[in-house]
Design a protein around this ligand. Structure first.
Ligand SMILES: Cc1cc2nc3c(=O)[nH]c(=O)nc-3n(C[C@H](O)[C@H](O)[C@H](O)COP(=O)(O)OP(=O)(O)OC[C@H]3O[C@@H](n4cnc5c(N)ncnc54)[C@H](O)[C@@H]3O)c2cc1C
Ligand code: FES
Length: 505
């Protein structure tokens, strides 16, 4: 699969053959228009089409070209942000609904895979959570009890996780987790969705999204989709300016895929407990397996040392899995961390009733995206859903106010960059493939010399809410440190909340 947005390529992108769809050329009408062909958009599209609704999906890149192509695809009800913490934020009932919905999402993926014969390597396996030797075992004990209270009664403490080469110490075993090849899954969803009459247009950027009685999505190609309802599944909503973006924060996460002798690592998911934590799985290959290890997260646009982070991931992996060979894949992607740990799925706040969003994946977007499919289908079909209030995008979780304030102070701090000097004084300092911030009078410019030697001179001001973007030398992109908008080296936007390009200087 080709992706012109980021420089790195994931294992999935290298091995998938997602179908290409044409751009939308003329005006059309449909019941529901979905913007975004990642797991959230396509699951919703598939489920609605199954119920006989006419659905159009628009995406400005290829199918799965967003974060679904950059995931590690652990499907899990073991909660990244911990049940002990969720219980404090959302109460025991909330914690039970979280466990129930993520369990149901894994079941839903399994059901779709079997019913539609999707060849995506879906498999059930155990997940193991362990703490590093210097950490108190209380965390695991507390999480065991909280998981049981959340209804996951089969979670148990085991003496160590099943990794021969190093002793993890006591670990929590979460049974019936799963993994799959995310892009092969989307390929299957696309095949069945289009078989059921659904229409997908890629290479089609939604420029304007308007709800109400004359709901419509306008596109960069001039064609307009008129519809009864709109689902914005763009990972982070491009139709919302402030309400959601003050309640979630963007983080970059890094992944390596390392060759490992076939069968030498137990088929399981592994996670440790530091913040940021490491996440590990195995992908079966023909001559060898690939051990996939992720971690080293940081706030988007606030660090620029991706290759050092890949190096640290490799070192961590070699110390624990000495049988590994060459690193075959290195990639990164962005996750949205909601201040209270769970996704925002439902009606878009301060908007018409027929505009819906799915965002706030919290590193669990495979299950959150599938929950979005189920929940949004119920809401669009006029049915009640017991998860509606929990995931409501309008919710305010008072107990998460400390986290909310912390993330927004961090955003406010980014504006100090307007006062600092530039990183370079002249474009002559840039080698091919490099970018930097340059001061020109009172303005700050984002300048880069692409691999072909062409200089791109752009305003560094992010069109979302005016923070200054930063160069990401790993992905050759401009990243906004405030709410995570991302732009190609030439300034074209590919990830929201901004929905327009950096302006040419
Ligand atoms: C490194 C990494 C590891 C991860 N590991 C896991 C994991 O193990 N388990 C897990 O559950 N989750 C994981 N996640 C999270 C998960 O991958 C994401 O949450 C999930 O893929 C998001 O899916 P989505 O459908 O919401 O968004 P996306 O897949 O990003 O899809 C959004 C789509 O919208 C399109 N779009 C955006 N703006 C417009 C516009 N204006 N017009 C038209 N189209 C537009 C984009 O092109 C894109 O295709 C990981 C994420 C990363 C980055
Ligand atoms: S993403 Fe909000 S200001 Fe850039």
């Amino acid at each position: 699969m080709k992706d012109d947005a980021q420089a790195t390529t994931s294992l999935w992108m290298a091995t998938a053959n997602t179908p290409s769809q044409s751009p939308l050329k003329g005006n059309i009408r449909t019941d529901v228009c979905i913007v975004g062909a990642g797991i959230a958009g396509l699951t919703t599209a598939y489920l609605l089409a199954k119920e006989g609704r006419s659905v159009v999906v628009l995406d400005d890149g290829p199918i799965g070209g967003g974060m679904t192509g950059r995931t590690t695809a652990h499907l899990t009800n073991a909660y990244d942000d911990r049940y002990a913490e969720m219980e404090k934020l959302h109460g025991e009932d909330g914690s039970r609904l979280i466990a129930e919905s993520h369990t149901a999402a894994i079941d839903k993926v399994e059901e779709i895979v079997w019913n539609e014969h999707i060849d995506c390597g879906f498999e059930r396996l155990d997940g193991f959570l362990f703490a590093p030797p210097n950490e108190s075992p209380d965390l695991l004990d507390d999480e065991l009890k909280a998981s049981h209270r959340a209804g996951l009664v089969n979670v148990e403490m085991v003496r160590r996780a099943p990794i021969e080469s190093f002793d993890t110490g006591p670990a929590l075993r979460f049974p019936r987790q799963a993994q799959f090849h995310p892009l092969n899954y989307l390929t299957g969803l696309t095949r069945t969705f289009t078989r059921d009459g659904g229409r997908i247009f890629s290479g089609t950027h939604a420029t304007s999204i308007t709800g109400g009685s004359d709901a419509r999505v306008e596109t960069d190609l001039g064609a307009v989709v008129t519809c009864d309802a709109i689902v914005v599944a763009t990972n982070t909503p491009v139709n919302d300016r402030v309400a959601i973006h003050t309640k979630q924060a963007p983080y970059v996460s890094y992944v390596i895929g390392v060759q490992v002798p076939k069968g030498s690592v137990t088929r399981a998911l592994f996670w440790d407990t530091p913040d940021p934590y490491h996440y590990v799985r195995v992908q079966r290959g023909t001559t060898n397996d690939i051990l996939i290890v992720g971690g080293e997260d940081h706030k988007t646009g606030q660090e620029n040392d991706g290759y050092e982070r890949f190096g640290r991931l490799e070192q961590w992996t070699r110390e624990r899995f000495p049988q590994i060979g060459e690193v075959e894949f290195r990639w990164s992607g962005q996750v949205m961390e909601p201040v209270d740990g769970i996704a925002f799925i439902g009606r878009n706040p301060l908007d018409h009733d027929n505009v819906f969003i799915a965002t706030g994946d919290s590193g669990q977007g495979m299950t959150h995206g599938t929950i979005a499919g189920t929940l949004l289908t119920d809401l669009l079909q006029g049915r009640k859903n017991r998860w509606e209030d929990l995931y409501s995008p309008s919710r305010i979780t008072l107990r998460a106010m400390g986290e909310y304030a912390g993330e927004n102070i961090n955003v406010a701090m980014q504006f100090k960059d307007f006062l600092t000097a530039g990183e370079i004084e002249s474009v002559d300092e840039l080698k091919p493939g490099e970018g930097a911030i340059m001061r020109e009078g009172l303005s700050k410019l984002a300048v880069c010399r692409d691999n072909g030697g062409t200089i791109h001179k752009l305003s560094a001001v992010c069109p979302h809410l005016g923070c200054l973007v930063a160069w990401n030398s790993t992905e050759k992109t401009w990243d906004c440190p405030c709410h995570g908008s991302k732009y190609r080296a030439d300034g074209r936007v590919y990830q929201g909340p901004a929905n327009s390009d950096l302006t040419k200087a």
